[in-house]
Design a protein around this ligand. Structure first.
Ligand SMILES: Cc1cc2nc3c(=O)[nH]c(=O)nc-3n(C[C@H](O)[C@H](O)[C@H](O)COP(=O)(O)OP(=O)(O)OC[C@H]3O[C@@H](n4cnc5c(N)ncnc54)[C@H](O)[C@@H]3O)c2cc1C
Length: 295
């Protein structure tokens, strides 16, 4: 199918994009186009104007201080996958990038687009939830900083308001106390995951868990923060039994939908097993896995 008619404007700067967004109620931002263009072609969206932000160099920058990694909205998936700064400061995010779609899509798609699109089956939203990241937006009213846990809603909804552009993702820099794990299961490498989990934990000098967060993939109508990990894991030396109990608690609070890829019960089992494997990886519980075993 062909997209409906729309006006097309190339934004010259962040200020220009914001001005256009504010003035055009039905406008949509175009970044890498890897989600928006298929939606237009299938006529699931019919904006009157596309505001192409892909030439705004300022939105591509990756900067890292001692505490915060700031990734511009236009950083492409392939850059997140390979950038040495991101690899060191947010290894979970770099690992998650390798699971997103296929190289052709990773060459065009942007991390800001993936976050604004807010697909429950996407890898980056889950990783940002696990990392307790902050989403930074700009509008004519100024800058807004939104915790990832408050940003994602259900069915592709986000906290973005009319006239607001996602400009930066701010992520706490990984240090010697931080561990991570990632696992997802898809029918074929590159397909959207049937279920998955991104995990970030902190340990004290004695190896006791001081925080634990996980973003779950395909676990509900939107990107999902796992419930109850703190209560089950924090303050203890985590072993397989503690992980099993945390997984059971998190899995009991999710309600994945039935669809052609599996029943709700099947998806819950896949998400739970993914979370178990990602937690074992994070706590180094000796389960060696390659990410390609049958679930
Ligand atoms: C065949 C195929 C397979 C895929 N598989 C996967 C997969 O396995 N995992 C996965 O995570 N993704 C997958 N994707 C989606 C891909 O990762 C997209 O690149 C990504 O979701 C959107 O990024 P984009 O830059 O292309 O955004 P666009 O398509 O340009 O935009 C997506 C949405 O975000 C909005 N938007 C974009 N940038 C901004 C901004 N800065 N501020 C405000 N709003 C903004 C747009 O208006 C639009 O609503 C797949 C896509 C295809 C075509």
């Amino acid at each position: 199918m062909k997209p409906p008619q729309f006006d097309y404007v190339v934004a010259a700067s962040v200020e220009h994009a914001i001005e256009l967004l504010e003035a055009n109620e039905d406008a949509k931002v175009l970044a890498g186009g890897q989600s928006l263009i298929p939606l237009l072609s299938m006529r699931f969206a019919s904006p009157t104007m596309l505001i192409d932000i892909s030439h705004i160099a300022q939105l591509r920058a990756v900067r890292c201080s001692d505490e915060v990694l700031a990734i511009g909205a236009l950083a492409r998936h392939v850059e997140v996958e390979h950038d040495p700064v991101i690899h060191t400061a947010a290894p979970l995010l770099a690992a998650a990038a390798t699971w997103v779609a296929h190289p052709q899509i990773r060459n065009r798609g942007t991390i800001g687009g993936a976050i604004a699109h807010s697909d429950a089956a996407a890898e980056f939203p889950a990783a940002l939830l696990a990392l307790d990241a902050t989403i930074v937006t700009r509008s004519q009213a100024g800058e807004r900083r939104i915790a990832a846990a408050d940003f994602f809603g259900s069915h592709f909804q986000t906290a973005l308001d009319h006239g607001e552009l996602l400009v930066t993702l701010a992520i706490p820099v990984s240090d010697a106390h931080m561990r991570w794990g990632f696992y997802e299961f898809a029918r074929r490498k590159g397909d959207y995951a049937i279920g998955g989990a991104a995990v970030s934990v902190r340990l004290d000098d004695d190896g006791r868990c001081t925080s634990a967060r996980a973003g779950l993939i395909s676990a509900g109508p939107g990107p999902t923060l796992a419930e109850g990990l703190d209560q089950e894991l924090v303050g203890r030396w985590v072993d397989a039994a503690a992980v099993a109990s945390a997984v059971a608690r998190a899995a009991s609070s999710i309600a994945p939908a039935d669809d052609v890829h599996g029943t709700s019960r099947y998806r819950r089992a896949v998400v739970a097993e993914s979370l178990r494997r990602a937690l074992h990886q994070a706590f180094d519980l000796s389960t060696v896995h390659t990410g390609r075993e049958a679930v």
